[in-house]
Design a protein. Sequence first.
Length: 405
Amino acid sequence: MTDKNFDIIVYGATSFVGQIITRYMHEQFSDGSIKWAIAGRSLSKLRMVSDTIGLSGVELIVADAADENALVQMCARTTVVMSTVGPYALYGDLLVQVCATTGTHYCDLTGEPQWIRKMQSRHAADAKASGARIVHCCGFDSIPSDLGVHFLQRFALERFGQSCDRIAMRVVSIKGGASGGTIASMVNMVKEAVSDAELRQELKDPYSLCPPGHGFSAPQPDVKIAYDNIYGSWIAPFVMAGINTRVVHRSNALSSNSYGDEFRYEEAVVTGEGAKGKRMARAATWGVNALMVGLAVPPLRWLLETVVLPKPGEGPTEKAQLEGGFDLVFLGSTAKGDTIGCRVTGDRDPGYGSTAKMLSQAAACLAKDVPAEVAGGFWTPATIMGDVLIERLKAHAGLSFELLP
């Protein structure tokens, strides 16, 4: 890949999160340490983004997600494509195919497990043959979860000589808004599941993203409204657990079951103590359940999409992004009964301000830090970037990874 013009191309730079990423890339890499360009389907919109941010010397590349020839030409010019073009299940197939066949590394911020599984089954062989490293889920879902578990397991091995066979992640606090792009991905996944019984069954499988023959069979925790005696608070299911837990289990499989054959992992939201905490847990659970039911019923879905939910291109204001953040605690225990914990925090709203920084640093890590001998294929953030990405995120993306006392 020595003849590539660019280290990274930001594909979908005119999307809501794409513009945040483009601004961050401009701030981070104006020193020339990363050669990058922006791409999308509309030259006029790319020019508008470039003029608004004040880019200088950053090339604009026109490529439609449905134009295979344009995507091949784009991939020929870069080491890594960083894609923000979602819902990926609607617009992402061809780009992954082109990257896999041309040996172009790829990362995105999808949280769509049904689409990831489809991409793995269709393109894993091509990616291995070409050397393309494909890394999904490089935003809030699922870098904090995947790297938080990786971080905790590394210290468990150092302290106890064995990894934790059970880890519980608790969302202590989270502040941020949803964008129309995220909502559109959720709506599309529910639409697919309503009409596909096989997909509904797949979405119940916690190991659905693990490679064939993974051999895992340990029943995974079914998080419900409950009092968590270890954390000392009421908890409720976490809406992102569906994708995060699957990525963590894939990391276990890809690392030769380094977390153990019987590894159990769960995620939940902390809602507080006493009667108030219990009421909050009920409200959070009912709210998510009501949204999913509404999205599954066509007339209610139309009403939600038309009147209630943000539309594609909409999202939290810059002020809200700056004021947002997240605080996650991971509590682990080994088969011998040893316990260990860590905390992962972010300094921007999780879905956009923080995700933009995570995805950008993941792309930079793929372009610059991953050894040449690492094979092509479908990786997770923890298994292909691990500690190196953690250091990048701590230094340049406002994240912290700390062991608890």
